[in-house]
Design a protein around this ligand. Structure first.
Ligand code: NAD
Length: 261
């Protein structure tokens, strides 16, 4: 018996076996959950479907979160297949790579909209379709990063999107709390993934993060997965609206003092 035994949940945002969502999926399955997955486009389906099937997924379907019709079709399928839902993991973000590398002050309206639409609004869009299928004890979780509250070089408009995502976590927690649904975010330290490759000078970021962290290492997919399943489970029944750091304690320190860039 695991801490998610008997629960059904969606894992949104697996791209490959390096994805943070994949670390969460494996931990959730280990803890007894029945899982459903989305994928973005046919290219992704080739990678996601075999991974999802290896965890006995009951739902594997397309969803592009920038398209309301696509979100509706995905959640309609979930409603048809399962009828009810215990948790959703939102592990999705996107920004134009150039917008992260250019000076922040020249961010275009288009790049701003794209980053906030896919990386922040999509959590609200998924929550509004998932919540009606949840009973008391439902749990929604999203993935954020320290760039939401600190000016991290190379993170630019994605930091603004993560700030909006963290605020959305609090407002969703307030709104859905009356229905007994919890909403939290995990702020993960840097992990080498497809999305991370868009961040300028990610290697340096990882290096500084390991040295500046309290535990002197970067976190793993598994560590994020293990904390996430706690937040999804009834063990966290008193926790909502929270930004929970899984960054080996980096955020409490002064960074990497004394070590030049
Ligand atoms: P990833 O590339 O493996 O995952 C990002 C996912 O977003 C992909 O599956 C991609 O298909 C999906 N996506 C992008 N646009 C989409 C759209 N329009 N519709 C549906 N899906 C879409 O990278 P990751 O690092 O695992 O990222 C997962 C989450 O974790 C993101 O929110 C990211 O910002 C966050 N995060 C990552 C790190 C890190 O260092 N890797 C640290 C903290 C937070």
């Amino acid at each position: 018996m695991g801490i998610l035994s008997g629960k059904k949940g969606l894992i949104l945002g697996v791209a490959n076996n390096k994805s943070i969502a994949w670390g969460i999926a494996r931990a959730a399955r280990r803890e007894g959950a029945t899982l459903g997955f989305n994928f973005l486009g046919e290219q992704m389906e080739k990678r996601v479907r075999p991974l999802a099937e290896s965890l006995g997924a009951e739902i594997v379907a397309p969803m592009d979160v920038s398209d309301d019709a696509s979100i509706d079709a995905f959640f309609d399928k979930v409603k048809m297949e399962w009828g009810e839902l215990d948790f959703v993991v939102h592990s999705i973000a996107f920004a134009n790579k150039d917008a992260l590398r250019d000076r922040f002050s020249i961010t275009s309206r288009e790049d701003f909209h794209l980053a906030l639409d896919v990386s922040s609004y999509s959590f609200i869009a998924c929550a509004q379709r998932a919540a009606p299928m949840m009973k008391e004890g439902g749990s929604l979780l999203t993935m954020t990063y320290l760039g939401a509250e600190r000016a991290v070089p190379g993170y630019g408009v994605m930091g603004v999107a993560k700030a909006a995502l963290e605020a959305s976590t609090r407002y969703l927690a307030q709104d859905l709390g009356v229905d007994g649904i919890r909403v939290n975010s995990v702020s993960a330290g840097p992990i080498r993934t497809l999305a991370a490759s868009a961040v300028g000078d990610f290697r340096k970021l990882m290096d500084k993060s390991a040295r500046g962290s309290m535990l002197k290492h970067n976190v793993t997919q598994e560590e994020v997965g293990n904390t996430s399943v706690y937040l999804l489970s009834d063990l966290a029944s008193g926790v909502t609206g929270e930004v929970h750091y899984v960054d080996a304690g980096f955020h409490i320190g002064a960074g990497d003092p004394g070590i030049p860039d």
